[in-house]
Design a protein around this ligand. Structure first.
Ligand code: SAH
Ligand code: TRP
Length: 334
């Protein structure tokens, strides 16, 4: 993997690196593979183009989508304990950082003790990285930001871009983003992360907890239809970037809780029999056939213990919100 600097207005506190960033060819390959397999599926990382990231940000304001607020409550109510657990952190890495809105709760506390902390956001959305990096520099006088455009499923690739750390590395993986990986992929990802850390480095992992079906399904199928738009934008992006002719109006949004796996499944449902053209390929849909676009796994103490055990981390502490909807788990590399 080669490091390529993305040109930016110069600020010595901000660097933008790219570790194998996603290309149009990767997008085309994933879309072709997913739409020609049975059942049809699409990988969720392609949700986050400029419009997709804006729609996700809007989801965070929806009354039904409790995830963002529950985690913000956990972080705000326990920020002293969390900063204490982080100890003498010198490098704070965040996987899937997005707007880094909740991260500020932690940065407020951490930069009081260590003003020139190094913050390393890692995300697929390069435009978002540049924007949030600049905003953070304006808000934190001495913070240093090294943003890396990379796939968080293999975090060691992103971490290999960095010089050796001078002290403890702490990794944030918030927002239940780990829940969007299937259990095997989540373990593979955490193991890969562990391989790039040393004992005593740590991970703060945000996970959504199991709860009644009605609460979960409403969170992923809101009354305003913003989550439906977020899901359908994947088809709009395929039309825009790959020249397909999806008729967006004939695909519906479906979110259902699959209790045996403890996961929300998101699908796009073809409301009629139809044929879609994608650069020489013809893809047929039956009425009611779906494209599986994402899972969001929900955890409990047993699934969390298994995740830690199989990836080389020890659970040190768990904080939850008052209603026990969401947990932030502090894991230490063994
Ligand atoms: N951490 C934020 C954002 C969560 S949304 C929060 O808690 O609110 C998920 C974020 O992960 C988005 O910013 C998206 O661009 C990024 N992302 C999704 N798949 C990715 C992948 N495979 N590699 C790197 N970033 C990814
Ligand atoms: N990882 C979060 C979750 O599963 C955020 C998220 C990813 C999301 N994709 C989404 C939220 C689609 C709503 C819809 O909750």
């Amino acid at each position: 993997m080669s490091a390529a600097a993305i040109p930016l207005p110069s600020d010595s506190r901000l660097r933008l690196l790219s570790a194998a960033s996603a290309t149009a060819a990767d997008f085309s390959r994933d879309v072709r593979a997913g739409l020609t397999s049975k059942p049809k599926s699409l990988p969720p990382r392609w949700f986050y183009d400029e419009l997709g990231s804006a729609l996700f940000d809007a989801i965070c304001f929806l009354p039904e989508y409790y995830v963002m607020r529950a985690e913000a409550e956990v972080l705000a109510a326990n920020v002293g304990d969390i900063a204490g657990a982080f100890g003498d952190v010198s490098r704070l890495i965040e996987l899937g950082s997005g707007t880094a809105r909740k991260t500020r709760i932690l940065l407020d506390a951490l930069t009081t003790a260590a003003p020139s902390l190094e913050y390393v956001p890692v995300d697929v959305d390069e435009a978002m990285l540049a924007r949030s990096g600049r905003e953070l520099l304006a808000e934190y006088d001495a913070l240093r930001v090294t943003a890396i455009a990379a796939d968080f499923e293999r975090p060691s690739g992103a971490l290999a871009q960095l010089p050796p750390p001078r002290g403890r590395t702490v990794v944030l993986f918030l927002g239940s983003t780990i829940g969007n990986l299937d259990p095997d992929a989540a373990i593979a990802m955490l193991r890969d992360l562990r391989s790039a850390l040393v004992p005593h480095d740590a991970l703060l992992l945000g996970v959504d907890l199991r709860k009644p079906r009605a609460v979960l399904e409403a969170a992923y199928d809101d009354a305003l239809g913003v989550t439906a738009a977020f899901n359908r934008n994947l088809l709009a992006r395929i039309n825009r970037e790959l020249g397909a002719d999806f008729d967006l109006a004939s695909f519906g949004h479906r979110a259902l809780y699959e209790e045996t796996h403890g996961r929300i499944e998101m699908h796009l449902v073809s409301t009629r029999a139809q044929r879609v053209r994608l650069a020489g390929l013809e893809i047929d849909f039956d009425e009611g056939e779906t494209i599986h676009t994402e899972n969001s796994y929900k955890h409990d103490a047993a699934t969390l213990a298994a995740l830690a055990r199989e990836s080389g981390f020890a659970i040190y502490r768990t904080w939850t919100d008052a209603q026990k909807r969401f947990a932030d788990v502090f894991l230490v590399a063994e």
